[in-house]
Ligand binder design. Structure first.
Ligand SMILES: C[S@@+](CC[C@H](N)C(=O)[O-])C[C@H]1O[C@@H](n2cnc3c(N)ncnc32)[C@H](O)[C@@H]1O
Length: 257
């Protein structure tokens, strides 16, 4: 199968998120009609089911999933992203909420600055779709997870079923218009429906997870099938990621709020 990944190269993706960071949270609430909060709640619940001690939230953005993980009792969350502007907002929220159990890490999801098998659970919310190679990314997540560790992927998914035409109308027309109005960046919010349409369907993503050595792979669809929540358990076999891991060292905070 041909390599599948984001429609835009990483540098462009990073610039896009740097630009929309100030209005990112507001836009999420508006376009999901507030439902995104409950999706992240469900994702955090799935990630914490086996009581992990170290959780890594990949592509954390402004940190909403990381904050939800902590709210549900995670003892420590490393929250990683490569957009400094998104992380800056996460840092501001961490200060406002007075949360000490989140360490912000500036890094690349394709080359995670973590040792092999060092993490008990990985989450990624609306991030996988933006990575340049889905299969390589999943292998990289498997590399840092310990056997038995849980991977949770929350992502928009190609629309199917009787509501698909209506959903396409909403995401192709209304969301970019709203994005232009609220964030001043219509292009970023036109990218959302296009990249969603090009993303693997939920059963295909489940297959990629199985191929990468994950077990107990299952998913459920949320919000009229617009979002899929995949949960998978890292099997016991050795995982070799194509992307060489960064030199082994403890992740450091990239900035102080
Ligand atoms: C749609 S946002 C999701 C933010 C957050 N997880 C949420 O649930 O709202 C996608 C995030 O992925 C980050 N991202 C994209 N590619 C990345 C990469 N290669 N490494 C690290 N972060 C990346 C972007 O900077 C952006 O913050």
């Amino acid at each position: 199968m041909a390599r599948r990944g984001a429609l835009r190269p990483p540098a462009e993706v990073r610039r896009m998120f740097d630009r929309i960071a100030p209005r990112y949270d507001v836009m999420n609430r508006l376009m999901s009609l507030g439902r995104d909060v409950s999706w992240r709640r469900a994702a955090a619940r799935a990630a914490l089911a086996r009581r992990p001690s170290v959780v890594l939230d990949i592509a954390t953005g402004t940190g909403d999933l990381a904050f939800e993980l902590v709210a549900q009792g995670a003892s420590h969350v490393f929250a990683l992203d490569f957009s400094l502007e998104m992380l800056r907002h996460a840092a501001r929220k961490r200060l406002e909420k007075q949360v000490a159990r989140i360490t912000l890490v500036c890094g690349d999801a394709m080359r995670l600055p973590f040792r092999d098998r060092s993490v008990d659970a990985c989450t990624i919310g609306f991030g996988l779709r933006n990575l340049p190679d889905y299969e390589a990314a999943i292998r990289e997540f498997a590399r840092v997870l310990r056997p038995g560790g849980v991977l949770v992927i929350l992502e928009t998914t190609p629309f199917e079923g009787p509501f698909a035409p209506l959903l396409r109308l909403y995401f192709d027309r209304v969301v970019p218009w709203l994005g232009g109005l609220v964030s001043g960046d219509r292009a970023a919010y036109s990218y959302l429906p296009r990249s969603t349409a090009a993303f693997p369907r939920a059963p295909e993503l489940a297959e990629l997870l199985c191929t990468a050595g994950f077990a107990d792979v299952h998913f459920r669809k949320l919000m009229a099938g617009t979002v899929a929540l995949h949960v998978a358990v890292r099997g016991g076999a050795e995982v070799r990621a194509d992307t060489a891991a960064w030199p082994v060292r403890a992740p450091r905070e990239p900035m102080r709020p």
